[in-house]
Write a protein that binds this ligand. Structure first.
Ligand SMILES: O=C(O)CNC(=O)[C@H](CS)NC(=O)CCC(=O)C(=O)O
Length: 276
């Protein structure tokens, strides 16, 4: 089963981002991908709430979601939109950071709202308060797709291993980790955390990432780490997209999941314990 990861440099202009996305999805389908993965906030990279209020939509009206659903039905393929930033009816006006799995009929097979919020001071100059702008979710989600059972997560979730263990125990064979990682934490932690999640769970890890310098019409521009990665269940890196925008193809063989789990069946060896 061939999958494709799209590595993007989304701006804070959703209509421009859709213009970039559509031909890339068509190219990836042309290249044989049956399932396509896009990064976190594919529709809009912005840390400016005023800008987001201007350009974002609720789920029911979002043009990127609507268009990608049409393309999925037309080309008979699945897309995991890593996430969309969306308006919600939340009383405090916060957005949702929501991942979608769209099936080959254009139907929404699953949605997942990012659970863990990136409220982190990476350096004094680079601080994030994601929970100011986004309402965290509280429900984990695994969904059956064409390339096996897919466990959903987003970016900073990567640092909470119990989420992935629970996805794997609920049947996930592939873990999706769409991201917009910061360059500093990315260089230090991205690869080792993704490989650890794969090894611990015996799952493939598919991590489509934002990359480079994101231009913005309002507010300050932002840099992300790139290096979209696919990791096999035994821990080998099958693909690394580097820092360029583009499409990365990987052929997934689910027998590798069974093989890794037979060799080291740790996923079935959890024990209850007291303390500490
Ligand atoms: O705000 C948006 O537009 C979309 N959300 C993000 O980009 C989020 C919150 S700022 N980024 C991360 O979670 C990076 C995590 C990270 O870099 C780490 O865990 O080290």
């Amino acid at each position: 089963m061939r999958v494709a990861l799209l590595q993007l440099t989304s701006s804070d202009d959703p209509s421009e981002n859709l213009k970039t996305l559509e031909p890339m999805i068509r190219d990836a389908a042309e290249g044989g991908a049956r399932c396509i993965f896009t990064p976190e906030v594919t529709n809009c990279v912005s840390m400016n709430r005023r800008r987001q209020l201007e350009v974002l939509y609720e789920e029911t009206d979002d043009p990127m979601l609507r268009r990608v659903r049409e393309i999925c039905a037309e080309l008979r393929l699945w897309v995991n939109l890593g996430s969309l930033a969306l308006k919600t009816r939340d009383p405090d006006g916060r957005f949702a950071n929501r991942s979608f799995v769209i099936d080959d009929n254009g139907q929404i097979a699953a949605r997942y709202d990012k659970i863990h919020m990136f409220d982190v001071e990476v350096t004094p100059e680079e601080t994030y308060r994601e929970s100011d702008g986004y309402r965290p979710g509280g429900v984990a989600r695994t969904v059956r797709g064409p390339c096996g059972a897919l466990g959903l997560s987003i970016c900073y979730d990567l640092r909470f291993p119990h989420l992935y263990r629970s996805l794997a125990k609920s049947g996930a064979q592939i873990l999706s980790v769409p991201a917009a990682f910061s360059p500093i934490t990315g260089a230090a932690h991205w690869e080792v955390l993704l490989r650890a999640r794969a090894i611990e769970t015996g799952c493939f890890v598919i991590a489509a990432a934002q990359t480079g310098l994101h231009s913005s019409k309002m507010g300050k521009s932002r840099r992300t780490y790139g290096h979209s990665l696919v990791v096999a269940p035994w821990g080998e890196i099958l693909a690394d997209a580097g820092e360029e925008v583009g499409i990365t193809y990987v052929d997934i063989d689910l027998l590798m999941v069974d093989k890794a789990r037979r060799q080291v069946p740790a996923l079935g060896h959890d024990r209850e314990f007291d303390g500490p």
